[in-house]
Design a protein around this ligand. Structure first.
Ligand code: URA
Length: 316
């Protein structure tokens, strides 16, 4: 499958129709118009200069208000040559500007040091290894959600993954299975990740995601997380991030963003640039469940994934 086919497949998986010139089926798309770019010579997959997908999307779902920003394509896993030529980074300038202006790291909302988790202090949680952390979460009774949960939902994926995704809270199916994002939103998420050559399944760390939630227990009837619940659970997520040391965090949805950035700003105002959480680059994007209800936002979500990809690529 060529790169263009792959991107098209990803957009179709997200429910978007892709405009394709009848005359240049395999030529990379341009940055700002539906017209084709001047064909690149040789064009190894890693060096193709391609726009974010919005220009190539039917106008009924394209997002006109969002400034168009050239974004290099994620390189599909199978398209990476064994010895890739040095890859030009069309987003390098954008990132160079974005990184210094990233939001300052802010301490997460402090729960009382003696009152978080399963009776463990914030400091004690911060010292746990994977086994200790997993066991502590499994036995957590720090808030009322423990009364109604079937399972705690700790997280899934390679503990050395370069990518980390942070969602909101388990839903009904996640609560039943003890794994994050296994319902409809999870299927969309998996499709999006697959189109980037990423997966929660086994693979090399650079192709893997670790998926976790801000809350490890399901709120009854999927109600919004409450501030006290978020505060109790926050040290668990913080420790997961410390142990994984991902190259990028994708914060999906309002509660993940509020938790990690300590910002009340709307996602629409925070996305499109690189923030930081304890030194780790963080990209803000929409929650997959929101995307299922708001088709036009899927194009923006693809842009966010492209920015995340570029951020990982630009990392030292
Ligand atoms: N939504 C989330 O935010 N997390 C899940 O695990 C499932 C749905």
């Amino acid at each position: 499958m060529s790169w263009t086919d792959r991107q098209r497949a990803m957009l179709e998986a997200m429910g978007l129709k892709v405009w394709v010139s009848p005359t240049a089926a395999d030529t990379p798309m341009t940055a700002s118009t539906p017209e084709r770019a001047a064909p690149t010579t040789a064009a190894p997959a890693v060096s193709a200069r391609v726009a974010a997908p919005t220009p190539a999307i039917d106008s009924d779902v394209a997002v006109a208000a969002e400034p168009r920003r050239p974004v290099a394509p994620p390189t599909p896993a199978r398209a990476v040559p064994a010895e890739p030529a040095p890859a030009p980074r069309p987003m390098a300038d954008v990132l160079a500007k974005a990184l210094p202006s990233a939001m300052p790291i802010q301490a997460p909302t402090a729960a009382p040091a003696h009152a978080v988790g399963a009776g463990l202090s914030r400091d004690a949680i911060a010292a746990l290894d994977w086994t200790g952390l997993r066991d502590t979460v499994a036995g957590c009774r720090a808030c009322g959600l423990c009364e109604s949960r079937q399972h705690t939902v700790f997280g899934v994926g390679n503990e050395r993954a370069h990518w980390m995704i942070v969602g909101e809270a388990p839903g009904e199916q996640e609560d039943a299975q003890g794994e994050p994002f296994v319902g409809a939103a999870g299927k969309l998420l998996d499709n999006m990740l697959r189109s980037l050559g990423l997966s929660r399944e086994d693979g090399p760390p650079e192709r893997q995601v670790y998926i976790a939630n801000t809350l490890k227990c399901r709120p009854p009837r999927n109600r919004n997380p409450e501030p006290g619940e978020l505060a109790q659970c926050e040290p668990y997520l913080q420790r997961q991030i410390e142990l994984i040391q991902p190259r990028v965090i994708l914060a999906m949805g309002r509660f993940a963003v509020q938790q990690l950035l300590q910002s009340q700003e709307a996602i629409g105002r925070l996305r499109g640039r690189v923030h930081r959480y304890q030194g780790v680059p963080l990209i803000v994007t929409y929650h997959p469940a929101y995307l299922l209800r708001n088709l036009p936002e899927k194009a923006k979500s693809w842009e966010d994934l492209c920015l995340a990809w570029q951020t990982v690529e630009a990392a030292p």
